[in-house]
Design a protein around this ligand. Structure first.
Ligand code: FAD
Length: 353
């Protein structure tokens, strides 16, 4: 039997929950399918020492402020998981955990959603599957001969897993800097490599300022005042306390990228080689959109063409939380509320509710 719903939300992390909040307020009939068995989205899998780059109140979803975490200005990932689990319960959001959505396709006047526990027909779909399940690894010469260990950001948990090893951390973004600092402060022998010299934001800038800058840029673009440059113009790395400590102690000098991997290490541009037991690739993510493949949607650089969250080639489908291309700062806790509200507003209009 195929069940019918107004809206299906694919993904029950922060983006899916923010959508659920607004769908509930609008009185729409919906279900959220989330592949993970428990609430909290990707925050359940981050490394042990990860803390947010904004204080709790600036990391809140619509309707409910994140409570402060006692003893921490910047809450840890466990606190975010607790907040999201509480949010789901408080608003009685119909999240079905442990359900994987394989495919979304057109089915007459509806969209058909295929899951590992049955099929649904929906008048609209919000895809909020994040990026964590699609780690990006660059192609590097010698990758196949390197006999050491290679993990992506998604596989890193704690410095104790690398005790006594020589480690190279690759990547000049927040994950690279934070994992390099985590290892260096724990005394692991570390080389941090980046494609260009690391660009730290000023020490007094945190997620609050970044959200303000992203919002100002969005407004300027909407009002035709031109591009103010956004967050990227300020730098790449938020100088969170551990990063600042490791940088100021001279523990994380960055080197230019190696040219190739060897059987037991890396080779540098001058031809010299270093022995290394492990490489940690902090090289980013791609949007997890494979369930949308049957719709054959196109866009540039692996993205699907949207106007805000609405997919141009399929207006019954909205993409939420993947990055600035689906709403300014939409891949952050505080930033996803506004595009979620707008997506639900448009869906309600489409459904004439
Ligand atoms: P996710 O949390 O990944 O949730 C998506 C959910 O969808 C998952 O539960 C997944 O299992 C499920 N799913 C995926 N595919 C399917 C499918 N086919 N069928 C069913 N379910 C599916 N943001 C901040 O605001 N502050 C920070 O300090 C901050 N720090 C960050 C640090 C790191 C290292 C990273 C990587 C990101 C950080 N972010 C931060 C960004 C962002 O808030 C998180 O990445 C957040 O987890 C994104 O939420 P999401 O709901 O979009 O995706």
């Amino acid at each position: 039997m195929i069940e019918a719903l107004d809206v299906v939300v694919v993904g029950g992390g922060q983006a899916g929950l923010a959508a659920g909040y607004h769908l509930r307020r609008r009185g729409l009939e919906f279900t959220v399918f989330d592949a993970r068995p428990a609430p909290g989205g990707a925050w359940q899998d981050t490394w042990d020492s990860l803390h947010l780059f904004s204080p709790a109140a600036y990391s809140s979803l619509p309707g409910r402020l994140m409570p402060a975490q006692p003893g921490h200005t910047y809450p840890d990932a466990g606190h975010v998981v607790d907040y999201l689990a509480d949010y789901e319960k408080r608003y009685d959001l119909p999240v079905r955990h442990g359900v994987d959505v394989h495919a979304v396709d057109r089915d007459g006047d509806r969209l058909r959603v295929e899951t590992d526990c049955g099929s649904w027909r929906a008048r609209a779909v919000i895809s909020a599957t994040g990026t964590w399940s699609r780690p990006f690894l660059p192609t590097v010469r010698g990758q196949e001969v390197f006999a050491g260990r290679q993990v992506h950001t998604t596989g890193y948990r704690s410095p104790s897993d690398f005790a006594g090893q020589r480690v190279v951390v690759v990547g000049g973004g927040n994950s690279g800097a934070q994992i390099a600092a985590d290892l260096a402060l724990a005394g692991v022998e570390l080389t941090w490599v980046t494609q260009r010299p690391p660009r730290f934001l000023a020490d007094d800038i945190d997620g609050r300022d970044l959200f303000d800058v992203a919002t100002a840029r969005h407004r300027a673009l909407l009002e035709g005042r031109g591009d103010t440059g956004g967050v990227a113009s300020l730098g790449d790395i938020v100088a969170v306390p551990p990063v600042r400590a490791a940088r100021d102690a001279g523990l994380i000098p960055a080197k230019p990228m190696f040219t190739r991997l060897t059987e037991d290490g890396v080779q540098w541009a001058d031809g010299s080689q270093s022995r290394v037991e492990a490489i940690i690739w902090c090289t980013g993510f791609r949007p997890a959109l494979t369930h949308l493949a049957p719709l054959r949607l196109r866009g540039r650089r692996g993205h699907i063409a949207t106007d805000g969250t609405r997919v141009l080639q399929e207006p019954r489908l909205h993409l939420l939380g993947y990055g600035d291309w689906t709403g300014p700062a939409s891949a952050t806790l505080i930033g996803v509320g506004r595009p979620a509200r707008e997506a639900v507003h448009q869906i309600a209009g489409l459904l004439r509710i």
